[in-house]
Design a binder for this molecule. Sequence first.
Ligand SMILES: *Cc1c(COP(=O)(O)O)cnc(C)c1O
Length: 401
Amino acid sequence: MHDDIPQDNAQAAWSLETLAIRAGHDRGPEQEHAEPIFPTSSFVYGSAAEAARKFNGDEPGNIYSRFTNPTVQTFEKRLAAMEGGERCVATSSGMSAILCTALALLSAGDEIVASRSLFGSTVSLLDKYLARFGIVTRYVELADLDAWEAAITPATRLLFAETPSNPLAEVADIAALADMARRHDAWLAIDNCFLTPVLQRPLELGADIVIHSATKYLDGQGRAVGGAVVGGHDLLEGVFGAVRTAGPCMSPFNAWIFTKGLETLGLRMRAQCENARQLAVWLADHSAVASVHYTGLENHPQHALAARQQAGFGAVLGFTVKGGQQGAWQVVDATQLISITGNLGDVKSTITHPASTTHGKLSDEQKAAAGITPGLLRVSVGLEAPADIRADLARGLDALI
Ligand SMILES: *Cc1c(COP(=O)(O)O)cnc(C)c1O
């Protein structure tokens, strides 16, 4: 690791494409070309005095891989640079990234205001676990700024949103939420899993914290579970403390996979967005499809906001088929190529029936309130040829006409 100043200065001018490939692994004398893996639990020193300096924090360096590990640091530096954050802390999963953010920022009696359409395990974490420790979450419609404002109380410390939402692709105005958070002395955290820094950089729009499930697009090839939190030094020092104390750190092997994943993230995202756009246009025209939820379509209610706030429309789309659950299941069961799974963000296209899987635990009323209708399907569009993805869905859809 060569943390010399000239390299950092050069990095400040690099574009996202370059940072994705070069950040966190500086050029030095006789350096490994590929990022090395350090599969070690701990680190040793040349003397008692050196050990003391490292443990006291008088000298930077690694002590134990629950705290820091060079391979994990490479991933952290690269993702921080791509998100435009001062610091990143990697975690064992997206969920532990959210948990450790809460551990770092919140105390009993504090409140969270969150979008209703959050990832299911996030809702469970907030309602089943954080609630037991006296942290209350109030849910609001993601796109309704007045509802956010109305839900804030003097105890509110954190606004938490996932935008665009899954699977209905609603969009929150991040700059407006950041402004609201500042006025109420709260922080804004954005789960940026669906767009990644390639398509959306919440910190530049005023958010305080960005959260990732690296499991999805950052890896992009379904190989590892991991997460990350990105933001300013002060907040991230707290998150780092929570991770190193509670222990959900990222393994060096997984960090290496995610680091290599970041190198192709831009190319993958742009290609997957284009495949998704083509599929959305085709689906919108199919007579067995009642509606398509994709911010890239001009008739999407928040198309203009998405176009302004995002550098692309993402590669996950929802669509409702005629014939309710039976029709939806027929389309799923007619596929031969697309993976039937709840996962997303992979180069392999995936299809999900939310009402019976990811949102299956919700009551019928909750499903109706969340817009999870029986005929709704979600496709995470991968890198297969668009014509093959279309043909795979056409088999089931044509049978419904
Ligand atoms: C998958 C996901 C998570 C949780 O991440 P894990 O890596 O599975 O723990 C959080 N938020 C969103 C939006 C996700 O899609």
